[in-house]
Write a protein that binds this ligand. Sequence first.
Ligand code: C2O
Length: 570
Amino acid sequence: METLKNFSIMFLGLFLLISSTLLSLTSGEIQRYQFVIQATPVKRLCNTHNRITVNGMFPGPTLEVRNGDSLEVKVVNKARYNVTIHWHGVRQMRTGWADGPEFVTQCPIRPGGSYTYRFTIQGQEGTLWWHAHSSWLRATVYGALIIRPRLGESYPFPKPNLETPIVLGEWWDANPIDVVREATRTGAAPNVSDAYTINAQPGDLYKCSSKDTTIIPIDAGETNLLRVINAALNQPLFFAVADHTLTVVGADATYIKPFTTSVLMLGAGQTTDVLIKADQRPARYYMAARAYQSAQNVPFDNTTTTAILEYKSSKKGNAPKPIMPSLPAYNDTNTVTAFSRSFRSPRKVQVPTEIDESLFFTVGLGLNNCPPNFRRSRCQGPNGTRLAASMNNVSFMLPRSISLLQAHQQGIPGVFTTDFPGTPPVKFDYTGNVSRTLFQPITGTKLYKLKFGSRVQVVLQDTSIIAPENHPIHLHGYDFYIIAEGFGNFNPKRDTSKFNLVDPPLRNTVAVPANGWAVIRFVADNPGVWLMHCHLDVHITWGLAMAFLVENGVGELQSLPAPPSDLPLC
Ligand code: C2O
């Protein structure tokens, strides 16, 4: 009897041991970080400014985790601004409270306050990033989030010798918060930036920048996995490396069927993983980024940022100037189209084919007539108006006293309505010569309600109001398949036949073609309130956003849990 008992205890012990090792193999680790938001002196373009940073670092710390890991990031706000942090592209399954957009999923962290973001990476591998989601703080509050395969698993391509984040940014020789405040006051377009940056350095084509230029050393024959992130506030960017071919293997933390290219275009918010092989004559080669400017007759920052890919065996000392890549013309939409049409999933994927919600959203700019009580100085947009932007003619306004997610969960009325239109309230020739009477949007905090599990298609249609433009539309809490894109007005009779339901790419941000459209599909399997917006911050400022309210499904596993106890109060 006793032996039998001992035996069963031993057996139970063994069982527990095996199952706990299995569990630790599959469920990942907890990675803890502390982010102190603080003003830090930063010198760029000959001038020193106090800029808001994380832990005094610019760019902020790179987070390196594995698929399956959980993150706990304690954010302590020692700055004089309200702040929140968004984990761009993280699916946040049932952890909407950790998503971060100010007044959408949380009230901001006040100066002196703190909040711990807790979430798990589930099934995502590649490159994402994090950034402030409050006013224009993300101009300097951003960094890379690298997700490697689970322990014991490997990349679906040969292991590179090196891995380097390439974070593209945008720098103002002024306080970016003042830049946006001024634009909000006047109603005019904000000043464009003074430089682009690679890993926070403008590079040696700018004044006072040569000794700080980012250098990326490589040995002949080696391969480097460049994790390119477009963290610029307001600009889609081209990126190329002189004389080197890039092999695209991933984007937005999903793998892509590899293809080669000499140039990348990243909409603001997008990431692209590329392999680069040191197979050229040992020398120094510029990697460079500059604007893709799809809107015509609109001022933009036309400067070029550079870093240097330096073969270790190349002559140091009085080395000749690095070789410059040729970048496409600023307005080269053909290159952008060819590039974005090269994206495929590596294999056949499960695209929803039955659709429960077929939506059509216009995205574009607008003009608000000047309110009678406004001074002229506050109406500096075209012809004495104020610039605006909208989706389906609704210019999105954030609540001020509570977040949308809290209002939803606690059933607080009067914060938002759920009447966001599923189709444009007025149909017109979106990409034609639009009548001035259609320029003025309405303002509102309108959400679109989705039943848990509903299969959603959204046609995103650019408009030519004021200026057609390539809009990087980002959806929080989800990845979506981009099943088609094209130019002109979307026409279901003609364009449905172009849908790729076999191997479309899965992404969190789609660059909607200027004067064109893109079609995305996803399944609403993550309850909560999820912002969808243009990732050009100037356009969010003007209202180019909406939010989905995804209802709970059945039972705990399909429902949003209660908020964490340290969720900031308004
Ligand atoms: Cu990277 Cu709502 O944004």
